[in-house]
Design a protein around this ligand. Structure first.
Ligand code: FAD
Length: 342
């Protein structure tokens, strides 16, 4: 172990909601925290839907996702964790003294006593539309995410896909767009029932259909042929924009070769967020356990459990959880800033 290297108590890999909340809670547990994020910013998957209103976080009134990312980052930085950007962690090694050595794709090494994997779906690659020449419309009206809702105001929008994202975007666009068409290759949608019911009320839904041809003039699509999956019957729809929501390809990189026990391609954990590798815990969408909730709120809960487990792994006689923030001495000085007394 090189003498000049700093060893952290906990290294969190991934800066989505799970990683950010873990960084905050690690401070409440008085642990020396490092967070490593592969991209140049924190937020993780939340960047896929920045303008969406988020309703399902306790005590937070409907708030735009981009605002929530800012709040989460501010909270994550409360106890000044070390945050490293633009490094994708790849390799894991256990040194003789038990310290974990992580190697990132830049060649930098990181040393830690424990690790929390908060890598969500890993590095996600969008599943693109498999039609030759489709890529030339990506600069105009073929989209793979809905970044700015206003771009679709008054437009005829075709959404292709049948998962949560496709249905979510259809519902977001319904009040704004002139017409929303939803095309899905199966009869059933793999999304929340009430969201599907809501979409069905106003969108024009074509199932089981798939996008077959894009017709464009120059670099803009003006109509789309969709075909019935069984009969091959074709319908042409005049559109102003196409949104493809065919999912993502997960890529865990070398983390997939660490020897972690997997459950349907997600890392298996017990109820304390411990994996089969001692000192390695999980939080967020990458975690598979009996009561997993794949939502931001679920990521927060996993993060607390993972941090408490890391603390007990390092200090077996420590309290099982942090003292509540209302009476936690770590906030006494900070409370003064908010005129809440000392
Ligand atoms: C369209 C859509 C709408 C949604 N709407 C809602 C909603 O309304 N409410 C809600 O609660 N949830 C919603 N969700 C779900 C929510 O986004 C996820 O549950 C949440 O983002 C999971 O957080 P996470 O931190 O586990 O993972 P992620 O957000 O995926 O973050 C993982 C991070 O890890 C990084 N990373 C990956 N591999 C490495 C590596 N090797 N080294 C370093 N960094 C790495 C990634 O770059 C990423 O930043 C929605 C999801 C989608 C797709």
């Amino acid at each position: 172990m090189p003498n000049d290297k700093v060893i952290f108590d906990v290294t969190i890999i991934g800066g989505g909601p799970a990683g950010m909340y873990a960084a905050f809670y690690g401070g409440m547990r008085d642990l020396k925290i490092k967070l490593i994020e592969a991209k140049s910013e924190l937020g993780g998957f939340m960047h896929m839907y920045p303008e969406k209103l988020i309703w399902d976080i306790g005590a937070v009134p409907p708030t735009r996702c981009e605002t929530l990312i800012g709040h989460l980052e501010q909270q994550a930085r409360t106890f000044d964790p070390t945050i490293v950007f633009n490094q994708r962690v790849q390799h894991f090694a256990r040194l003789e003294d038990g310290t974990i050595e992580l190697l990132s794709d830049t060649g930098e090494k990181h040393y830690s006593r424990t690790v929390i994997l908060a890598i969500g779906r890993g590095i996600t690659n969008i599943q693109k539309l498999d039609i030759e020449g489709a890529d030339r419309y990506e600069i105009s009206n073929l989209h793979y995410t809905v970044q700015q809702l206003d771009r679709f105001r008054g437009k005829h929008v075709l959404i292709s896909g049948g998962g949560d994202s496709a249905v979510d975007w259809a519902n977001e666009l319904l009040p704004i767009a002139a017409q929303v068409y939803v095309v899905h290759r199966r009869e059933q949608f793999a999304a929340h029932e009430n969201q599907v019911a809501n979409m069905m009320k106003e969108a024009r839904v074509f199932v089981p259909y798939k996008v077959d041809k894009l017709h464009g003039s120059g670099e803009t699509i003006h109509s789309v042929d969709i075909v019935h999956s069984d009969t091959g019957d074709s319908i042409t729809l005049e559109i102003d924009a196409v949104v493809i929501s065919h999912g993502f390809i997960r890529d865990y990189g070398e983390i997939g070769n660490w020897g972690l026990k997997m459950n349907h391609n997600i890392i298996a954990a017990n109820e304390t967020m411990a994996t089969n590798i001692p000192g390695v815990f999980v939080a967020g969408d990458i975690a598979s356990h009996g009561s997993k909730v794949k939502l931001i709120a679920g990521a927060f809960n996993d993060a607390v459990l993972a941090l408490n487990s890391a603390k007990l792994y390092l200090e077996p006689t420590a309290d099982s959880m942090a003292y509540v923030s209302s009476h936690n001495e770590r906030f006494l000085e900070r409370n003064k800033k908010f005129n809440l007394g000392s």
